[in-house]
Design a protein around this ligand. Sequence first.
Ligand code: TUI
Length: 314
Amino acid sequence: MVKSAICELLGIQYPVFQGGMAWIADGKLAAAVSNGGGLGIIAAGNAPASYVRQQIQVAKSLTEKPIGVNIMLMSPFADEVAKVVVEEQVQVVTTGAGNPSKYIKEWLAAGIKVIPVVASVAMAKLMTRLGASALIAEGGESGGHVGELTTIVLVPQVCDATNLPVIAAGGIADGRGVAAAFMLGACGVQMGTRFLSAYECTIHPNYKEKILKANDLCTMVTGKRLGHPVRSLRTQFARNYSKAEYGGMPDDELENLAVGALRLAVQEGDNEKGCFLSGQIAAMVSQEQPAADIVREVMEEAEPILRRAAAWVE
Ligand code: TUI
Protein backbone atom coordinates (compact mmCIF):
# COMPACT_ATOMS: atom_id res chain seq x y z
CA MET A 1 0.00 0.00 0.00
CA VAL A 2 1.43 3.37 -1.02
CA LYS A 3 0.85 5.96 1.72
CA SER A 4 2.14 9.51 1.66
CA ALA A 5 2.01 12.87 3.39
CA ILE A 6 -1.04 13.90 1.38
CA CYS A 7 -3.04 10.89 2.65
CA GLU A 8 -2.21 11.93 6.22
CA LEU A 9 -2.98 15.59 5.59
CA LEU A 10 -6.39 15.01 4.01
CA GLY A 11 -7.45 11.74 5.60
CA ILE A 12 -7.72 9.90 2.28
CA GLN A 13 -6.75 6.31 1.46
CA TYR A 14 -5.01 6.80 -1.90
CA PRO A 15 -2.87 9.80 -2.98
CA VAL A 16 -5.00 10.38 -6.09
CA PHE A 17 -6.92 13.58 -6.90
CA GLN A 18 -9.51 13.84 -9.67
CA GLY A 19 -8.92 17.12 -11.51
CA GLY A 20 -11.53 19.85 -11.34
CA MET A 21 -12.64 19.83 -14.97
CA ALA A 22 -14.98 22.69 -15.89
CA TRP A 23 -18.51 21.58 -16.91
CA ILE A 24 -17.50 17.96 -16.19
CA ALA A 25 -16.45 17.38 -12.59
CA ASP A 26 -19.77 17.54 -10.74
CA GLY A 27 -20.87 16.36 -7.30
CA LYS A 28 -21.60 12.86 -8.57
CA LEU A 29 -18.16 12.26 -10.07
CA ALA A 30 -16.39 13.85 -7.08
CA ALA A 31 -18.33 11.67 -4.63
CA ALA A 32 -17.51 8.51 -6.63
CA VAL A 33 -13.79 9.31 -6.52
CA SER A 34 -13.87 10.14 -2.80
CA ASN A 35 -15.85 6.97 -2.06
CA GLY A 36 -13.10 5.13 -3.96
CA GLY A 37 -10.51 6.47 -1.53
CA GLY A 38 -9.12 9.33 -3.63
CA LEU A 39 -10.02 13.01 -3.49
CA GLY A 40 -12.99 13.96 -5.68
CA ILE A 41 -13.04 17.60 -6.74
CA ILE A 42 -16.03 19.60 -7.97
CA ALA A 43 -15.17 22.10 -10.71
CA ALA A 44 -16.60 25.58 -10.30
CA GLY A 45 -15.40 26.54 -13.79
CA ASN A 46 -17.33 29.59 -14.99
CA ALA A 47 -20.50 28.54 -13.14
CA PRO A 48 -22.38 30.77 -10.70
CA ALA A 49 -22.04 30.16 -6.95
CA SER A 50 -25.55 28.65 -6.71
CA TYR A 51 -24.52 25.80 -9.04
CA VAL A 52 -21.39 25.12 -7.02
CA ARG A 53 -23.36 25.07 -3.75
CA GLN A 54 -25.83 22.62 -5.27
CA GLN A 55 -23.06 20.29 -6.47
CA ILE A 56 -21.37 20.38 -3.04
CA GLN A 57 -24.69 19.31 -1.53
CA VAL A 58 -25.04 16.51 -4.09
CA ALA A 59 -21.56 15.25 -3.21
CA LYS A 60 -22.28 15.46 0.52
CA SER A 61 -25.44 13.40 0.02
CA LEU A 62 -23.38 10.67 -1.69
CA THR A 63 -20.26 10.51 0.49
CA GLU A 64 -19.01 11.12 4.00
CA LYS A 65 -15.43 11.31 2.75
CA PRO A 66 -13.56 14.59 2.15
CA ILE A 67 -14.30 16.39 -1.11
CA GLY A 68 -12.67 19.35 -2.80
CA VAL A 69 -13.80 22.28 -4.94
CA ASN A 70 -11.66 23.70 -7.73
CA ILE A 71 -12.02 27.44 -8.23
CA MET A 72 -11.14 28.66 -11.71
CA LEU A 73 -9.77 32.10 -10.91
CA MET A 74 -10.61 33.63 -14.30
CA SER A 75 -14.30 33.04 -13.60
CA PRO A 76 -16.47 36.14 -13.11
CA PHE A 77 -17.98 34.27 -10.13
CA ALA A 78 -14.70 33.40 -8.38
CA ASP A 79 -15.35 35.84 -5.46
CA GLU A 80 -18.80 34.36 -4.79
CA VAL A 81 -17.60 30.77 -5.08
CA ALA A 82 -14.76 31.61 -2.66
CA LYS A 83 -17.45 32.38 -0.04
CA VAL A 84 -19.58 29.32 -0.79
CA VAL A 85 -16.74 26.91 -0.03
CA VAL A 86 -16.46 28.48 3.44
CA GLU A 87 -20.21 28.41 4.06
CA GLU A 88 -20.47 24.79 2.93
CA GLN A 89 -17.40 23.75 4.95
CA VAL A 90 -15.68 22.05 2.08
CA GLN A 91 -12.54 20.24 3.28
CA VAL A 92 -10.23 21.10 0.36
CA VAL A 93 -10.03 23.96 -2.14
CA THR A 94 -7.84 23.79 -5.21
CA THR A 95 -7.40 26.76 -7.53
CA GLY A 96 -6.41 27.10 -11.16
CA ALA A 97 -5.66 29.55 -13.94
CA GLY A 98 -4.46 32.36 -11.71
CA ASN A 99 -3.24 33.69 -8.39
CA PRO A 100 -5.47 32.90 -5.34
CA SER A 101 -3.49 35.09 -2.86
CA LYS A 102 -6.40 37.28 -1.80
CA TYR A 103 -8.53 34.32 -0.67
CA ILE A 104 -6.01 32.15 1.16
CA LYS A 105 -6.24 33.69 4.67
CA GLU A 106 -10.01 33.37 4.84
CA TRP A 107 -9.99 29.77 3.63
CA LEU A 108 -7.31 28.72 6.11
CA ALA A 109 -9.17 30.47 8.94
CA ALA A 110 -12.23 28.38 8.02
CA GLY A 111 -10.16 25.20 8.39
CA ILE A 112 -10.04 24.53 4.64
CA LYS A 113 -6.95 22.85 3.19
CA VAL A 114 -5.77 25.15 0.38
CA ILE A 115 -4.02 23.48 -2.55
CA PRO A 116 -3.29 25.85 -5.46
CA VAL A 117 -2.28 24.65 -8.90
CA VAL A 118 1.06 26.18 -9.77
CA ALA A 119 2.72 26.19 -13.18
CA SER A 120 5.96 27.92 -12.13
CA VAL A 121 8.53 28.01 -9.33
CA ALA A 122 7.72 31.67 -8.54
CA MET A 123 4.06 30.82 -7.92
CA ALA A 124 5.09 27.78 -5.83
CA LYS A 125 7.25 30.02 -3.60
CA LEU A 126 4.52 32.64 -3.23
CA MET A 127 1.88 30.06 -2.31
CA THR A 128 4.25 28.47 0.21
CA ARG A 129 4.89 31.86 1.83
CA LEU A 130 1.14 32.55 2.08
CA GLY A 131 0.52 29.31 3.97
CA ALA A 132 -0.87 26.93 1.35
CA SER A 133 -1.43 23.40 2.66
CA ALA A 134 0.05 21.62 -0.39
CA LEU A 135 0.68 22.40 -4.06
CA ILE A 136 -0.39 20.84 -7.34
CA ALA A 137 2.40 21.16 -9.94
CA GLU A 138 0.65 20.85 -13.29
CA GLY A 139 2.67 20.40 -16.47
CA GLY A 140 1.52 21.33 -19.97
CA GLU A 141 0.70 17.72 -20.91
CA SER A 142 -2.60 18.32 -19.14
CA GLY A 143 -5.86 19.22 -20.79
CA GLY A 144 -7.39 22.67 -20.54
CA HIS A 145 -5.47 25.77 -19.53
CA VAL A 146 -1.76 24.94 -19.73
CA GLY A 147 1.47 26.49 -18.49
CA GLU A 148 4.84 26.55 -20.29
CA LEU A 149 6.65 23.70 -18.52
CA THR A 150 6.22 19.95 -18.78
CA THR A 151 5.51 17.81 -15.72
CA ILE A 152 8.97 16.21 -15.70
CA VAL A 153 10.60 19.64 -15.62
CA LEU A 154 8.15 21.42 -13.30
CA VAL A 155 7.65 18.86 -10.50
CA PRO A 156 11.26 18.53 -9.27
CA GLN A 157 11.76 22.29 -9.38
CA VAL A 158 8.57 22.89 -7.40
CA CYS A 159 9.65 20.20 -4.91
CA ASP A 160 12.99 22.01 -4.50
CA ALA A 161 11.20 25.33 -3.92
CA THR A 162 8.83 24.18 -1.15
CA ASN A 163 8.59 21.98 1.93
CA LEU A 164 4.89 21.38 1.26
CA PRO A 165 3.52 18.13 -0.15
CA VAL A 166 3.50 18.34 -3.96
CA ILE A 167 0.90 16.66 -6.17
CA ALA A 168 1.98 16.06 -9.77
CA ALA A 169 -0.50 16.65 -12.59
CA GLY A 170 -0.37 16.56 -16.38
CA GLY A 171 0.39 13.48 -18.45
CA ILE A 172 -0.41 10.90 -15.78
CA ALA A 173 -2.80 8.10 -16.68
CA ASP A 174 -1.58 4.90 -15.04
CA GLY A 175 0.70 3.39 -12.41
CA ARG A 176 3.83 4.15 -14.39
CA GLY A 177 2.96 7.83 -14.33
CA VAL A 178 2.22 7.66 -10.61
CA ALA A 179 5.56 5.94 -9.90
CA ALA A 180 7.41 8.48 -12.07
CA ALA A 181 5.72 11.35 -10.21
CA PHE A 182 6.89 9.92 -6.89
CA MET A 183 10.43 9.58 -8.27
CA LEU A 184 10.34 13.29 -9.13
CA GLY A 185 9.53 14.11 -5.51
CA ALA A 186 5.74 14.29 -5.62
CA CYS A 187 3.69 12.54 -2.94
CA GLY A 188 0.50 12.26 -4.96
CA VAL A 189 -1.03 12.72 -8.40
CA GLN A 190 -3.95 14.48 -9.99
CA MET A 191 -5.57 13.01 -13.09
CA GLY A 192 -8.27 14.60 -15.23
CA THR A 193 -8.49 12.95 -18.63
CA ARG A 194 -8.31 9.43 -17.17
CA PHE A 195 -11.53 10.14 -15.24
CA LEU A 196 -13.42 11.13 -18.42
CA SER A 197 -13.99 7.42 -18.98
CA ALA A 198 -15.47 6.84 -15.51
CA TYR A 199 -19.06 5.54 -15.50
CA GLU A 200 -19.93 8.33 -13.07
CA CYS A 201 -18.59 10.97 -15.48
CA THR A 202 -21.69 12.15 -17.34
CA ILE A 203 -20.21 13.82 -20.40
CA HIS A 204 -21.86 13.38 -23.81
CA PRO A 205 -21.19 9.94 -25.36
CA ASN A 206 -19.45 11.65 -28.31
CA TYR A 207 -16.88 13.07 -25.87
CA LYS A 208 -16.18 9.65 -24.29
CA GLU A 209 -15.91 8.06 -27.71
CA LYS A 210 -13.39 10.66 -28.88
CA ILE A 211 -11.23 10.04 -25.80
CA LEU A 212 -11.45 6.25 -26.12
CA LYS A 213 -10.51 6.44 -29.84
CA ALA A 214 -7.75 9.04 -29.45
CA ASN A 215 -4.16 8.39 -30.49
CA ASP A 216 -0.89 9.80 -29.19
CA LEU A 217 -0.93 12.89 -31.43
CA CYS A 218 -4.57 13.77 -30.97
CA THR A 219 -4.29 16.97 -28.91
CA MET A 220 -3.16 20.49 -29.74
CA VAL A 221 -2.81 23.83 -27.97
CA THR A 222 -4.80 26.87 -29.11
CA GLY A 223 -5.31 30.31 -27.58
CA LYS A 224 -1.68 31.31 -27.14
CA ARG A 225 -2.20 34.61 -28.98
CA LEU A 226 -4.78 35.79 -26.42
CA GLY A 227 -2.63 34.58 -23.53
CA HIS A 228 -4.84 31.63 -22.56
CA PRO A 229 -3.29 28.51 -24.06
CA VAL A 230 -5.69 25.59 -23.88
CA ARG A 231 -5.06 21.94 -24.79
CA SER A 232 -7.90 20.11 -26.51
CA LEU A 233 -8.55 17.32 -28.97
CA ARG A 234 -7.62 18.21 -32.56
CA THR A 235 -11.22 18.53 -33.75
CA GLN A 236 -12.90 20.74 -36.33
CA PHE A 237 -13.29 23.50 -33.71
CA ALA A 238 -9.61 23.38 -32.71
CA ARG A 239 -8.45 23.50 -36.34
CA ASN A 240 -10.82 26.40 -37.15
CA TYR A 241 -9.72 28.30 -34.06
CA SER A 242 -6.07 27.76 -34.86
CA LYS A 243 -6.56 28.99 -38.44
CA ALA A 244 -8.34 32.11 -37.17
CA GLU A 245 -5.70 32.67 -34.50
CA TYR A 246 -2.80 32.59 -36.93
CA GLY A 247 -4.81 34.09 -39.81
CA GLY A 248 -5.14 37.47 -38.12
CA MET A 249 -8.73 37.40 -36.84
CA PRO A 250 -9.26 40.40 -34.48
CA ASP A 251 -9.07 39.60 -30.74
CA ASP A 252 -12.75 40.21 -29.93
CA GLU A 253 -13.92 37.96 -32.78
CA LEU A 254 -11.48 35.28 -31.69
CA GLU A 255 -12.82 35.44 -28.10
CA ASN A 256 -16.37 35.08 -29.45
CA LEU A 257 -15.39 31.99 -31.39
CA ALA A 258 -14.66 30.18 -28.11
CA VAL A 259 -17.74 31.30 -26.17
CA GLY A 260 -19.83 28.31 -25.19
CA ALA A 261 -17.51 25.81 -26.86
CA LEU A 262 -16.77 23.83 -23.66
CA ARG A 263 -20.47 23.42 -22.89
CA LEU A 264 -21.19 22.38 -26.50
CA ALA A 265 -18.58 19.61 -26.19
CA VAL A 266 -19.61 18.34 -22.75
CA GLN A 267 -23.40 18.58 -22.98
CA GLU A 268 -24.19 18.41 -26.70
CA GLY A 269 -21.19 16.43 -27.95
CA ASP A 270 -21.09 18.97 -30.80
CA ASN A 271 -18.48 17.61 -33.21
CA GLU A 272 -18.12 20.90 -35.14
CA LYS A 273 -18.41 23.68 -32.54
CA GLY A 274 -17.45 21.91 -29.33
CA CYS A 275 -14.06 22.32 -27.64
CA PHE A 276 -13.11 18.89 -26.27
CA LEU A 277 -10.48 19.54 -23.61
CA SER A 278 -8.09 16.63 -23.16
CA GLY A 279 -4.62 15.88 -21.89
CA GLN A 280 -1.92 14.26 -24.01
CA ILE A 281 -2.56 10.86 -22.41
CA ALA A 282 -6.00 10.45 -24.04
CA ALA A 283 -4.69 7.47 -26.04
CA MET A 284 -3.91 5.69 -22.75
CA VAL A 285 -7.59 5.78 -21.73
CA SER A 286 -8.93 2.53 -23.10
CA GLN A 287 -12.10 1.54 -21.28
CA GLU A 288 -15.08 2.78 -19.31
CA GLN A 289 -14.93 1.75 -15.67
CA PRO A 290 -16.09 2.89 -12.23
CA ALA A 291 -14.17 5.89 -10.85
CA ALA A 292 -13.21 3.87 -7.76
CA ASP A 293 -11.58 1.22 -9.99
CA ILE A 294 -9.47 3.90 -11.69
CA VAL A 295 -8.17 5.13 -8.33
CA ARG A 296 -7.39 1.62 -7.06
CA GLU A 297 -5.97 0.38 -10.37
CA VAL A 298 -3.39 3.15 -10.83
CA MET A 299 -2.14 2.70 -7.26
CA GLU A 300 -2.03 -1.10 -7.56
CA GLU A 301 0.01 -0.68 -10.75
CA ALA A 302 2.35 1.83 -9.11
CA GLU A 303 3.16 -0.33 -6.10
CA PRO A 304 5.28 -3.07 -7.78
CA ILE A 305 6.99 -0.46 -9.97
CA LEU A 306 8.05 1.50 -6.90
CA ARG A 307 9.22 -1.71 -5.21
CA ARG A 308 11.29 -2.67 -8.25
CA ALA A 309 12.93 0.77 -8.33
CA ALA A 310 15.37 -0.44 -5.66
CA ALA A 311 16.62 -3.13 -8.05
CA TRP A 312 18.39 -0.46 -10.15
CA VAL A 313 20.86 0.00 -7.34
CA GLU A 314 23.46 -2.68 -6.69
O1 TUI B 1 -6.91 25.76 -14.69
C1 TUI B 1 -6.49 24.77 -15.24
N1 TUI B 1 -7.09 24.22 -16.32
C2 TUI B 1 -8.22 24.72 -16.90
S1 TUI B 1 -9.09 26.09 -16.43
C3 TUI B 1 -10.15 25.88 -17.69
S2 TUI B 1 -11.48 26.94 -17.99
C4 TUI B 1 -10.80 27.99 -19.13
N2 TUI B 1 -11.52 28.20 -20.22
C5 TUI B 1 -11.06 29.00 -21.18
C6 TUI B 1 -9.85 29.64 -21.06
C7 TUI B 1 -9.09 29.40 -19.98
C8 TUI B 1 -9.56 28.57 -18.99
C9 TUI B 1 -9.82 24.79 -18.42
N3 TUI B 1 -8.75 24.16 -17.95
N4 TUI B 1 -5.39 24.14 -14.78
C10 TUI B 1 -4.67 24.63 -13.66
C11 TUI B 1 -3.61 25.56 -14.09
N5 TUI B 1 -3.36 26.70 -13.50
N6 TUI B 1 -2.77 25.40 -15.11
C12 TUI B 1 -1.95 26.48 -15.14
C13 TUI B 1 -2.34 27.28 -14.10
C14 TUI B 1 -1.82 28.54 -13.65
C15 TUI B 1 -1.38 29.49 -14.54
C16 TUI B 1 -0.93 30.72 -14.09
C17 TUI B 1 -1.77 28.81 -12.28
C18 TUI B 1 -1.32 30.01 -11.83
C19 TUI B 1 -0.90 30.95 -12.73
O2 TUI B 1 -0.49 32.14 -12.23
C20 TUI B 1 -0.33 33.20 -13.11
C21 TUI B 1 -0.33 34.47 -12.34
O3 TUI B 1 0.77 34.92 -12.00
O4 TUI B 1 -1.42 34.96 -12.03
